[in-house]
Ligand binder design. Structure first.
Ligand SMILES: NC(=O)c1ccc[n+]([C@@H]2O[C@H](COP(=O)([O-])OP(=O)(O)OC[C@H]3O[C@@H](n4cnc5c(N)ncnc54)[C@H](O)[C@@H]3O)[C@@H](O)[C@H]2O)c1
Length: 363
């Protein structure tokens, strides 16, 4: 489609004003590329709370109410529970709004198809944001792999531990729809948070040709299950193999300003390795990136490794992109479908006892 860049601030509406609004909003604060004109949420309490950030914005209980009001909107920042993504995005593209959607894109390929078709039919842009693609230590990790300083890439390892103590408050209402997702087979560890890990793998090493998975289950309370322990391995088209282990440590305290998620990314090269030690939480109190090669370890002590900065920079990238139309969206709707296929291949593999599944062939 041909996109005409804006030569004035874009008029934006936030759709969904829950927990993650607190971080997405950082891209909008003080940004001359955008004017926030509307705030949408069925919760009156949320609308009143967020109105304090944008006293000039009008508030609505639904996107349909906003569209019917006659208020002009160019772009929607969509922060809805996942199960509402497909219908919500289709509706908003139909209103003629460009959409910046929180990950995960949606639960299945039919929903993804509906969203992509709606973007095409209305000649609007659908971006599926992934803030991890803007986390500075991960950028340096990619650069280290591509520069040759650790030699040729020979392996890739991801670790993720969800802990039960620490972090910011998450309202029970935010967990409730995640538990519904779990019952649909789209759990919080592999699918919701895991989406980031799958995205970063594709971003680092390109398309994936085979996935093998063993996805477990842990009951952490009455009717509350989590999709761990889980182990997922895969091979990229370029031959690099990845392995990702996911565990739950319910009694562990993790210092974090956000979610209690202890994460690491490690690329092994033929001459050394590069490792990102943390992201969302503050587990390992060493430099967020360390690179070892030829008997020497280099620690990066001055990176912007506050997880929230990745939301700020992802949103700023989008709001700038709308003024230029240049460069990658990080991520486009089509690229997000590749991530969805990666996840669906893991589920298919796990269901069949860990056999290899090609993401291109999942239906
Ligand atoms: N990038 C990340 O690291 C990250 C982290 C957390 C959440 N997320 C994603 O962000 C999205 C929102 O998650 P959250 O944790 O903020 O959820 P949340 O439950 O805290 O917030 C969702 C908000 O949407 C509102 N809402 C429900 N129906 C609506 C409708 N029809 N129209 C408008 N608003 C409606 C709810 O009242 C609520 O305020 C999800 O897609 C989630 O996966 C991403």
């Amino acid at each position: 489609m041909s996109f005409v860049p804006y030569d004035r601030p874009v008029r934006a509406a936030f759709i969904g004003l829950g927990r993650i609004y607190d971080l997405n909003v950082r891209a909008y604060a003080g940004n001359p590329d955008v004017e926030v004109v509307a705030l949408v949420d069925p919760s009156e309490e949320r609308r009143a709370q967020r109105q304090a950030d944008w006293p000039g914005a009008r508030t609505f209980a639904s996107a349909a109410e906003l569209a019917a009001s006659g208020l002009e909107v160019d772009v929607a920042e969509v922060l809805l529970p996942i199960v509402l993504h497909a219908d919500g995005v289709q509706e908003m593209l139909g209103f003629g709004w460009h959409v910046n959607l929180q990950k995960p894109m949606c639960n299945d390929l039919c929903e993804a198809r509906r969203m992509l078709d709606a973007a095409r039919a209305n000649a609007r842009v659908l971006r599926v944001m992934d803030n991890y693609l803007f986390y500075q230590p991960l950028h340096k990790l990619k650069a280290a792999a591509e520069s040759g300083e650790i030699g040729e890439v020979v392996g890739y390892h991801l670790k993720m531990v969800g802990t039960g103590n620490g972090g910011w408050d998450v309202p029970w209402s935010s967990f409730e729809w995640q538990m519904d997702q779990m019952r649909r087979g789209r759990g919080i560890m592999v699918f919701d948070d895991g989406w980031h890990k799958l995205t970063t793998a594709i971003w680092l090493f390109g398309p994936v040709r085979e996935v093998r998975a063993w996805i477990g289950n842990t009951a952490v309370g009455p009717g509350v299950d989590l999709d761990a322990p889980a182990t997922i391995v895969w091979e990229h088209d370029n031959g690099v193999r990845g392995v990702w282990d996911i565990t739950i440590a319910m009694d562990m305290y993790l210092r974090s300003d956000y979610y209690t998620n202890d994460e690491r990314w490690e690329i092994t090269g033929s001459r050394g390795y590069a490792r990102v030690n943390r992201c969302t939480g503050r587990g390992i109190q060493q430099p967020s990136l360390e690179i070892y090669a030829d008997g020497e370890m280099r620690g990066y002590h001055a990176l912007d490794d506050d997880w929230a900065s990745s939301f700020r920079d992802s949103g700023r990238h989008w709001l700038r992109w709308l003024h230029t139309g240049d460069g990658p969206l990080l991520w486009s709707g089509d690229e997000a479908v590749d991530v969805l296929r990666f996840a669906l291949a893991a589920y298919a593999s796990s269901a069949s006892g860990g056999t290899g599944v090609n993401p291109a062939q999942v239906t």
